[in-house]
Design a binder for this molecule. Structure first.
Ligand SMILES: Nc1ncnc2c1ncn2[C@@H]1O[C@H](COP(=O)(O)OP(=O)(O)OP(=O)(O)O)[C@@H](O)[C@H]1O
Ligand SMILES: [Mg+2]
Length: 238
């Protein structure tokens, strides 16, 4: 079954076009990696999927069209977005941020049970509940951003550069948790990542985006195995 279908997506800012017809499918319960150099349009693609930038073309969540919907409506339908820079509310406490994550959810029951579920993935957050989000370390803030997204009980999780600015050890731990969430909750994940090696380590499928176009698609193994392609498109070895 296909969770997310993207067809010929064209998007940009004002008159500047950034995505020039992006098409891809993400299978239900799959992890899909979006790789590519700086400025390729990876962030813009995630923004277009969640309604933050206007786009032409089609985006469907299963049978439901997401095209033209507001970010709130897309979230309510089960797509959670962890943006570049994490999107947590710095002056609010960890617990307030997590509770806000459930805010747009249709059924508000079981919020406490969901909090407990999130503490099993991120035990460190439970020890920081009354602390302002702004006082957390970078890794803890990324965990909070992920936890907040999970409070939506999303069907699809969109992650934009979760490794940005984090130490390698923390990044590996985060990716391990993303993989656990995917396996235990069957959450479909689309992860944008500069660290191709890490992303391909947990993904089943991957797409390489370059100047707003998908230039390469395949299984994670295929992309990883194609060293020449990796060097020319990604600019480094994977
Ligand atoms: N808010 C904005 N207004 C105008 N142009 C923007 C805006 N955000 C991004 N762009 C432009 O769109 C293009 C694609 O940017 P985008 O952030 O999607 O790339 P990216 O692949 O996520 O890059 P990076 O790896 O650096 O995060 C760039 O040329 C960028 O300057
Ligand atoms: Mg980006």
């Amino acid at each position: 079954m296909t969770a997310l279908i993207v067809e010929d997506l064209v998007a940009g800012y004002g008159d500047a076009r950034v995505l020039h017809g992006v098409s891809l499918d993400v299978g239900e319960g799959e992890i899909c990696a979006i790789l590519g150099p700086n400025g390729a349009g990876k962030t813009t693609l995630l923004r277009a999927l969640c309604g933050m930038v206007r786009a032409r073309g089609a985006v469907r969540l299963g049978e439901v069209s997401l095209t033209g919907r507001s970010p709130d409506a897309v979230a309510r339908l089960g797509v959670a977005h962890v943006p570049e820079g994490r999107g947590t509310f710095m002056p609010l406490t960890v617990e307030e941020n997590l509770r806000l994550g459930a805010y747009v959810r249709r059924g508000k029951s079981d919020v406490d049970a969901d909090l407990d579920r999130i503490y099993t993935y991120f035990p460190v957050l439970k020890t920081r509940l009354k602390q302002a989000a702004g006082s957390l370390s970078g890794g803890e803030q990324q965990m909070l951003a992920l936890g907040r997204a999970l409070m939506l009980r999303p069907r699809v999780l969109l992650l934009d550069e979760p490794s940005l600015g984090l130490a390698p050890l923390v990044t590996r731990e985060l990716f391990r948790i993303v993989q656990a969430i995917n396996e235990e909750e069957r959450t479909t994940v689309v992860v944008v990542e500069q660290n191709a090696h890490l992303a391909l380590g947990i993904a089943q499928q991957a797409h390489v985006l370059e100047t707003g176009r998908i230039v390469l698609s395949g299984t994670a193994e295929q992309i990883r195995a194609d060293e020449q392609v990796a060097q020319s498109y990604l600019g480094y070895r994977v």
